[in-house]
Design a protein around this ligand. Structure first.
Ligand SMILES: N[C@@H](CCC(=O)N[C@@H](CS)C(=O)NCC(=O)O)C(=O)O
Length: 219
């Protein structure tokens, strides 16, 4: 039975999983959320009441959370690109960086974006200032780390880079990566040039008007 992925092309966490799928040419049925018939959305709600996406369906097994989906693919539908290294110590470094991108780039980036669509009267300027400060600190830390690296962890492209790609893509739109962080900017460009992520970005182009802060005319 074909794998099913419930996802939306413009969602950063979906792009993280799509990048992993495209890296290894994994075949899957793409259940696109937000379609006018509402079918995929109803199926998602039945499978996962929190309705967060992406999710993966493999037969009768539902797999939640982008990182876990990528780990699951490596175990059950492996391809030539090992996104989580077999070596346990190397895998730990990959997972550490995966957590870094989700927790300290994606989360504050989403805080800033969601603020812009909150109803007036429910705004949280203090929380947004904290989120922007976290992004600045995270960019500075990552810049040091990327001084000597091509990819975020270990020698090759990994789960950590699948997390980094959409995180840095949207973070730069939300809270621009200052030019003093040239290593982060260069890494973001390498990620954009990676065929798997470039495909995810291209598939999301028709939805750029969805970006609440206004998508810049680049990338
Ligand atoms: N921790 C989840 C986060 C997933 C997530 O927040 N997805 C967003 C789209 S990028 C979503 O479901 N948004 C819908 C909502 O918040 O209701 C993961 O890693 O998969």
């Amino acid at each position: 039975m074909a794998l099913k992925v419930y996802a939306h092309p413009f969602s950063s966490y979906c792009q993280k999983v799509l990048t992993a799928l495209y890296e290894n040419n994994v075949a899957f049925d793409y259940c696109v959320l937000g379609a006018s018939d509402g079918k995929a959305d109803a199926e998602l709600a039945a499978l996962w009441p929190l309705k967060r996406f992406p999710i993966l369906l493999d037969g009768d097994r539902t797999v939640l959370e982008a990182s876990i989906i990528i780990e699951y693919l490596g175990l059950h539908h492996p391809g030539p690109v090992r996104l989580v290294p077999d070596d346990a110590c190397a895998a730990l470094d990959v997972r550490m960086m995966d957590r870094f991108f989700d927790n300290y780039i994606s989360s504050p980036q989403q805080t800033v974006v969601f603020e812009s669509i909150r109803p007036a009267g429910n705004r949280d300027p203090y929380g947004v200032a904290q989120a922007r400060a976290m992004l600045d600190t995270a960019y500075a830390w990552l810049d040091e780390r990327m001084k000597t690296r091509e990819w975020a962890a270990g020698g090759g492209f990994s789960l950590a880079d699948c997390a980094a790609a959409p995180a840095l893509f949207y973070a730069d739109w939300t809270h621009p990566i200052d030019k003093q962080f040239a290593n982060v900017q260069a890494y973001r460009q390498r990620l954009l040039a990676r065929a798997s992520f470039a495909r995810a970005v291209n598939e999301a182009r028709p939805y750029r008007s969805f970006f609440p802060l206004g998508a810049p005319d680049r990338d």
